[in-house]
Design a protein around this ligand. Structure first.
Ligand code: ADP
Ligand code: ADP
Length: 229
């Protein structure tokens, strides 16, 4: 049983004047438990739309998204998302930003256990020294790490990464790629990454798929990647 399955997922955007933009034209995809799949596509191919549909933030026009065989219902803590630009709350510290996500999904835990879990996720992304800083006092790479910690704090079944490194400079991006590899080894989570960076896809993923642009959108030529590590 795949942990995630998309069956014939279709999404078009219709403007106020009635112009239809076809974006996802019947996407079929299966992701195995623990797998890291990268979906490559040019700008405008529909990558963000695909991630948002899996996240439950956008309702598809047609098709099904199944998590462990059950249709998803909107957003859920089973899917943690990291977007291209970090959406941290500027008035909260790093620890507090992550704690908000913990509090939202772990109400059964005591306050001290929740705080400890938030700190553990901040340490996991290498920001133990920056717990009490506000987002404005962080570099871009650090902010994006907080976004990863926040997504992981929900203990999601699947981590969805929407070009999380594309706004970063090359050196910071390379560092964060290493970090994602390390986090993946430690946490062993299923990851779906969408990116337009071929090197990034090959470096990080077990399997790379190509999202072809509309109108003939589909996930094409899915092949396994065997790279020396
Ligand atoms: P990518 O992430 O691969 O760049 P997107 O999913 O953001 O692709 O966009 C795919 C296509 O859908 C683009 O042509 C984009 O202009 C269009 N699009 C995205 N979001 C909307 C929207 N809310 N309304 C109308 N068109 C949109
Ligand atoms: P990263 O790879 O995490 O983005 P950088 O190479 O940008 O890190 O920064 C290296 C170190 O410099 C960070 O660990 C951080 O302590 C510090 N730093 C970077 N930018 C800022 C900033 N705007 N304010 C405070 N400290 C910063």
């Amino acid at each position: 049983h795949p942990i995630l399955a998309l069956k014939g997922v279709t999404k078009n955007y219709t403007s106020k004047t009635g112009t239809v933009t076809e974006v996802l034209g019947g996407i079929d995809l299966e992701v195995a438990e623990g797998e890291f799949i990268a979906i490559l596509g040019f700008s405008g191919a529909g990558k963000s739309t695909l991630i948002n549909v899996i996240a439950g933030l956008i309702e598809p026009d047609d098709g099904q998204i199944l998590l462990r065989g059950k249709p998803i219902l909107g957003t859920g803590k089973d899917r943690g998302v990291v977007f291209q630009s970090y959406s941290l709350l500027p008035w909260l510290t790093v620890a507090e930003n992550v704690a908000m996500a913990v509090d939202a999904v772990h109400q059964h835990l005591s306050a001290s256990d929740r705080a400890a879990l938030a700190r553990q996720k901040v340490e996991l992304v290498g920001l133990g020294h920056a717990m009490d800083r506000k987002p404005a006092q962080l570099s871009g790479g650090m902010r994006q790490r907080v976004a990863v910690a926040r997504a992981l704090a929900m203990e999601p079944e699947i981590l969805l990464l929407d070009e999380p490194l594309s706004a970063l400079d090359a050196l910071t991006r390379a560092k964060l790629q290493d970090e994602i590899e390390r986090i993946r080894k430690e946490e062993g989570r299923t990851i779906v990454l969408v990116t337009n960076d071929v090197d990034e896809a090959l470096l990080l993923a077990d399997r790379v798929a190509v999202l072809t642009p509309a109108p003939a959108t589909r996930i094409g030529r899915v092949w396994p990647v065997a790279m020396p590590r």
